[in-house]
Design a protein around this ligand. Sequence first.
Ligand code: SD4
Length: 331
Amino acid sequence: MANRRDFLKTAAMATAAAALPSLADEIVSQKESFSTKGTKPIVLSTWNFGLQANVAAWEVLKNNGKALDAVEAGVKIPEGDPTERSVGYGGRPDRDGRVTLDACIMDENSNIGSVGCLEHIKHPISVARAVMEKSPHVMLVGDGALQFALSQGFKKENLLVADSEREWKEWLKTSEYKPIANIENHDTIGMIALDANGDLSGACTTSGMAFKMHGRLGDSPIIGAGLYVDNEIGAATATGHGEEVIRITGSHLVVELMRQGKSPQKACEEAVARIVNLSKKRNKDLKDIQVGFIALNKKGEYGSYCLQGGFNYAVHDATGNRLIDPPYFLK
Ligand code: SD4
């Protein structure tokens, strides 16, 4: 079972390897953290829970399945896992004790679907896909998203697990909301894949920042911010402080930089550099921010960059499944 990685603690790669011996075929060092040797099929996802998610996605990809089906199947793994406290079932609640989920999905034909602030449904990514395929809209939020999910046959469930409830009650004792204080309480799975047919798709899903204001949306349900796919160019997804990713329309920016000829690695670096520069201009302390991008181009080359250490991502191709520790800005 993949454990959640703390953003600010640069966990030793050896620790990660020990925790996940059967999933990771290798742990890759920083200098080998991107690839300019394109391959397909291939799938990338954020954080070490991505290793397990990649296994599910790979089942689809290795059988010549579609990238869209692969990314949905992949991210459903942490969504359905009550021990993953930042995605789907088991996610940490908002300040009112409500588990509100955000997710979006995008396919090779630029079809998009998204849900925000969705309660009681274990697999928001599948609701996002239903929005994409079965509604005239691209984004549904709150009660409307729930009503739509129920109309599509999704089951209403309690998503607040005992551990999350306990943490929330502990938090209530101070009730001080400072995103800085919660910097370790947020992860997201973003997954991007290139299938054997050469098509790209992506999915992104999260419970967002723990103890956020009720109704808060981060980047993860926003196409262009938390996820973007252009089947001619590449795909990108983000994790970290959604507010900062939205500010630069991060994933769309990464894809546009690849369109200009940048490698996936350089595109991620430039997107992070924009956040760094804006934060400096806005007098925000970089130490209080974490953002990470992963990117994949049409050739199957990939890369990643983040603002602070502690982030990792998982890559599965025909050579195996591995956890990668990307370079980062703030030393
Ligand atoms: C959000 N981007 O809600 C998400 C949280 C996240 O890693 O990615 N955490 O802002």
